[in-house]
Design a protein around this ligand. Structure first.
Ligand SMILES: Cc1cc2nc3c(=O)[nH]c(=O)nc-3n(C[C@H](O)[C@H](O)[C@H](O)COP(=O)(O)OP(=O)(O)OC[C@H]3O[C@@H](n4cnc5c(N)ncnc54)[C@H](O)[C@@H]3O)c2cc1C
Length: 443
């Protein structure tokens, strides 16, 4: 058994990677430059913490598998089971039929991360070191042998896993060691996401727990309402390519009224703010193609460091979980995997998440992405499936299983499903969103 693995970053991807590394390594050290709170508090290194964070059904399955007691602890601390029939999906201009099968876990991101962190810290093989910034990699004879940390110290490792997020310095560090930088796939979306916590009117949600609204062609504004522990809700409003919901309360409400459906504005009416509104920007969908270059052995990238997608679709933590699962499978066969091979497998594990996101983003004609013939055909089919999901709960469920990363996108092409969508066309009453709302009242 190899002796020591070092993980850069104690975010969700780093913690999940650390958990699976304990099956292959005697000791796992997780390094984070932040001071890590004891409880469910936001922290500097994860600025997205206060924003709505959905854990998709597939992510929950993997967390259950890796940490069997985790969900019970979260529920005790205020997380909620979210039966999917209480989710209002307003996607691509379609008010989805109610789906009854399935459940999510609802909590703030800091609460979820605090519980995962505590579970990882409790593993005898793991040490989490806070306030420890990694400054570079150390290599010898074509392999990474450790990391350089504060004060010029080095920590040696048989494997280094970089889970330091989308701003990972891995490219720079690799170049400094004489290795090629990986090519990067980048699809620019310039998402601005503004959110705040609110106490809602008692009847504001009309019995629902969650509202999820995506943009439509001509109006890419989106919105999300999520319950968090303590009886509060996080409300997030998104915009792309130069649009941004304001951080003053009046402007925030006005922007909500320009979304494709009125639901978020209605929920916000009479809501009491519980803190400041804040905006976070996300420039591009981005993945580092490490399977295309001869990188060093002994270094593996995971999480947002490897592949970061538009947060509006809520896939990032689930993609990190899918990669942890793949890392576990790969290391079980080969504790020192060939770098191209391991990164190919990790990127394959999250290819559906990338394709879902880029496919949805490319519905906006302003997004500069290769729209080949195949992509156009797939885009038209997905739009048809979404329209059918407006009146057929079976179609809605199948679509949400794909976007929840439970089923592969090919599930939408199975003959019985295709026939069902075509039959549902007979009930199609046309688009539910009449006109681009943006024109109505810009902010
Ligand atoms: C606004 C927003 C909303 C989102 N909503 C959702 C959602 O609804 N559902 C979902 O699944 N995902 C969502 N995501 C994505 C999700 O937050 C991430 O994909 C997921 O947390 C995986 O991130 P990570 O662990 O790879 O990186 P991060 O969360 O960025 O963590 C990186 C860690 O590395 C540490 N670090 C960085 N550099 C160094 C260094 N040099 N040395 C030591 N430590 C370092 C940081 O302190 C941090 O702890 C959202 C993202 C954003 C921006």
């Amino acid at each position: 058994m190899p002796a020591h693995a070092v993980v850069l970053g104690a975010g969700m991807a780093g913690l999940l990677a650390a958990r699976v590394l304990t099956e292959t390594f005697d000791h796992v050290t997780v390094l984070d430059r932040d001071t890590l709170p004891d409880g469910a508090e936001p922290r500097r290194g994860v600025p997205q913490g206060p924003f709505p964070h959905a854990l998709l059904p597939r992510g929950r399955q993997i967390l259950d598998d890796l940490f069997p007691d985790l969900v019970d602890g979260l529920l005790r601390d205020g997380a909620m089971e979210g039966p999917v029939e209480r989710f209002r999906f307003l996607l691509a201009g379609v008010r989805f039929a109610r789906v009854t099968e399935g459940a999510s876990l609802l909590s703030s991101r800091p609460l979820l991360e605090a519980h995962v962190r505590a579970a990882v810290r409790a593993l005898p093989a793991v040490t989490i070191v806070e306030r420890c910034a990694v400054l570079g990699l150390v290599a010898e004879d074509g392999r990474v042998t450790g990391v350089e940390v504060d004060a010029g110290r080095t920590i040696t490792a048989d494997l280094v896993v970089d889970a330091s997020g989308r701003n990972s310095r891995a490219d720079v560090w690799l170049r400094a060691l004489g290795f090629p930088e990986p090519p990067v796939d980048s699809v620019r979306v310039d998402v601005a996401y503004t959110c705040g916590r609110f106490r809602l009117r008692d009847d504001a949600m009309d019995g629902d727990q969650v509202v999820l609204m995506s943009g439509v062609p001509g109006n890419s504004r989106s919105g999300a309402v999520f319950p968090v522990e303590g009886g509060e809700y996080v409300v997030g409003l998104g915009g792309t390519l130069g649009e941004s919901a304001p951080t003053d309360p009046d402007g925030f409400h006005r922007y909500a009224a320009t979304l494709p459906f009125p639901d978020v504005a209605e929920v916000l009416a009479g809501a009491e703010p519980c803190g400041p509104l804040r905006t976070m920007r996300f420039p591009d969908n981005r993945r580092r193609r490490l399977e295309r270059v001869d990188g060093p052995r002994g270094l593996i990238l995971v999480g947002d460091a490897l592949c970061a997608v538009n947060p509006v679709y809520g896939q990032g933590m689930t993609m990190a979980a899918l990669q942890a699962e793949e890392l576990r499978r790969t290391l079980a066969h080969d504790p020192d995997p060939q770098p191209r091979r391991v990164h190919r497998r990790l990127l394959q594990a999250t290819a559906a998440g990338w394709d879902n996101t880029v496919g949805a983003d490319s519905a906006d004609p302003r997004v500069d992405v290769d729209r080949g013939r195949a992509a156009a055909v797939i885009g038209r089919w997905v739009a048809r499936v979404q329209r059918a999901a407006g009146h057929d709960p079976v179609v809605a469920h199948a679509f949400l299983q794909v976007t929840g990363l439970v089923d592969p996108p090919q599930a939408l092409l199975r003959p019985a499903f295709v026939a069902r969508v075509l039959r549902a066309d007979r009930h199609d009453t046309g688009p539910q969103v009449a006109a681009p709302a943006r024109a109505a009242s810009g902010t």
